[in-house]
Design a protein around this ligand. Structure first.
Ligand SMILES: *Cc1c(COP(=O)(O)O)cnc(C)c1O
Length: 386
């Protein structure tokens, strides 16, 4: 039997129906105790998230973007520093180094994983070091669409190049595993986002930093609260207002117990897609040892014209799709100047894979509450364009 029910691109309603009573009770508790900032829900959540990710420290913060910023502020990233990051990612990854006065250096990605191309990363780090104008300081690896980046290789590269800071932008990948270990335990620290549509999402903005390093965790706690010291009115460093609300923590506490099952349901939906999608459509795959959180399900089409045809076929069947991302970051007006200035003499190596992916990538509905016949309807509509 096939349903004709609308297919949601992300679905937060089905999940809410399961936990509505718990959410209502959790929100009522916050309203009753009134500790809206740094309330007991934040401490409880930090403990549970650290346990879930298998790390020693979790620091709740106001968003994934602020998690990235606090992590870089803690390293003292600033003017003269080069921060290497993929050209094919969400804007927040590149925005943070610029806000801190550092220079983002865009790195190309691999077509097969959509993640950092390690050979291109190495080339660019060496080029920046040789030019001597900027100091190679940090690598931000993004686990795009939920698939872990190659963290053992990124960590090895960072150690080889004078102990560069390895920051995991895990905003799309909370819950993913690499070689049996969850994200959070890879890199020097991991930045998570709880934006509503992420694999673990709250009902507003929220985020967290995960790390095994106690000194970094202590710095993160200070930085998220204006650089405070042992008492609230001792200011040790320039920080920011980067705290997680008690209300958002209460929502996340209700959602976290569902996450393991939801990750399995996302992986199951990905398998249903893979069984039905055929060449020339390329379904996403994970290399051995890489367990995606399937935050976003993106296929690769032969070219931009084929993508237009597929999107039209989906629209005709009242099925949603989206393009993450239509433009590589180095072509965005906000980043063009920084990109041009990232290498001496303006001789910036090209980023062909990032540019190519932007022209032919397409994201299909993905959430834990997809039924097999819904996936079949989407896959059939995609294939009908060929
Ligand atoms: C969502 C996202 C962010 C930012 O998270 P917010 O919580 O929205 O600030 C950063 N990086 C990537 C890759 C993202 O997808």
């Amino acid at each position: 039997m096939t349903s004709t029910a609308p297919v949601a691109f992300f679905d937060m309603k089905a999940q809410q129906a399961l936990i509505r009573a718990g959410i209502d009770a959790g929100l009522a508790r916050v309203l009753d105790h009134g500790r809206f900032i740094q309330g007991p829900e934040v401490d409880a959540l930090e403990e549970k998230l650290a346990a879930f990710a298998g790390v020693s420290h979790c620091v709740g913060v106001s968003s994934g973007t602020d998690a990235l910023q606090i992590a870089m502020m803690a390293e003292g990233v600033g003017p003269g520093d080069a921060v290497f990051l993929p050209a094919f990612t969400y804007t927040a990854t590149a925005e943070v180094p610029l806000v801190l006065g550092a220079t983002p250096v865009f790195v190309d990605v691999e077509e097969a994983t959509f993640n950092l191309d390690l050979a291109d990363l190495e080339r660019r780090v060496e080029l920046v070091a040789r030019e001597g104008r900027l100091r190679p300081r940090a690598v931000v690896g993004v686990d795009l669409y939920g698939l872990p980046a190659d963290w053992p290789a990124i960590q090895a590269l960072c150690s080889r190049h004078g102990g560069m800071f390895a920051l995991d932008d895990a905003a799309q990948a909370f819950g993913a595993r690499l070689h049996g270990k969850r994200l959070g335990g890879w890199g020097d620290a991991a930045a998570c986002s709880f934006y509503p549509t992420k694999t673990l999402g709250c009902y507003g903005d929220g985020g967290a930093l995960l790390t095994d390093d106690p000194e970094r965790a202590a710095l993160y706690r200070s930085l998220r609260t204006h650089g405070e010291g042992a008492s609230r009115y001792e200011v040790l460093r320039t920080g920011m207002n980067g705290r997680l609300d008690s209300i958002q923590a209460a929502v996340l506490l209700e959602k976290l117990p569902l996450l393991e099952g939801e990750l399995a349901a996302r992986a199951r939906a990905a398998r249903w897609y893979a069984e039905r999608l055929r060449p020339p459509v390329v379904a996403p795959t994970a290399p051995p040892g890489f367990e995606s959180a399937w935050g976003i399900y993106s296929v690769l089409l032969p070219d931009a014209a084929a993508r237009d045809r597929v999107q039209a076929a989906l629209r005709a069947a009242s099925l949603p799709s989206a393009i993450y991302y239509p433009k590589p970051l180095h072509h965005q007006p906000a980043y063009r100047a920084a990109h041009a200035a990232s290498f001496a003499g303006g001789s910036v190596p090209p980023l062909p894979v990032s540019e190519d992916l932007c022209a032919r990538v397409l994201s299909l509905p993905m959430h834990p509450y997809l039924a097999e016949d819904q996936v079949a309807r989407v896959a059939d509509a995609v294939m009908s364009a060929f």
